[in-house]
Design a binder for this molecule. Structure first.
Ligand SMILES: Cc1ncccc1N[C@@H](C)c1ccc2c(c1)OCCO2
Length: 116
């Protein structure tokens, strides 16, 4: 139906916006702690403390494999990644500061693409 076609278009627009936001995050100078999964041999306590690890490479793959039901589903994974960072890292540590900076950058981009 016309309504279904319109909804499909919106979903395609949202997916494109989510993909370009991830690309902008990956290019940010404070993205370095989030580009790949945390290495649990390098950080042996990470698996015990962080129940649901998340990083930009997993989010990018999920986008490419069309595994997000909605833009809200995608936003939840990004906020999970930043919340994991706050759980494990001190605010004034290099990783903690990068997490706060990148979260702020993300929320700004989110509101640009999807004004509340
Ligand atoms: C986001 C995050 N949270 C908790 C622990 C690690 C990380 N990131 C890794 C990539 C990472 C972040 C910082 C590092 C590092 C690896 O290895 C060398 C020392 O500095």
């Amino acid at each position: 139906s016309k309504k279904e076609r319109a909804n499909k278009k919106k979903e395609q627009r949202d997916l494109q916006a989510c993909k370009s936001i991830v690309q902008e995050l990956e290019g940010h100078e404070d993205a370095w702690p989030f580009l790949l999964p945390v290495n649990t041999r390098q950080f042996p306590t990470y698996k015990k403390i962080i129940k649901k690890p998340m990083d930009l490479s997993v989010i990018k793959k999920k986008l490419e494999d069309n595994l997000y039901k909605s833009r809200e589903d995608y936003c939840e994974d990004l906020r999970l990644m930043f919340n994991n960072c706050e759980t494990f890292n001190e605010d004034d540590s290099p990783v903690g500061k990068a997490g706060h900076n990148l979260r702020s950058f993300f929320e700004t981009k989110w509101n640009e693409h999807f004004p509340p």
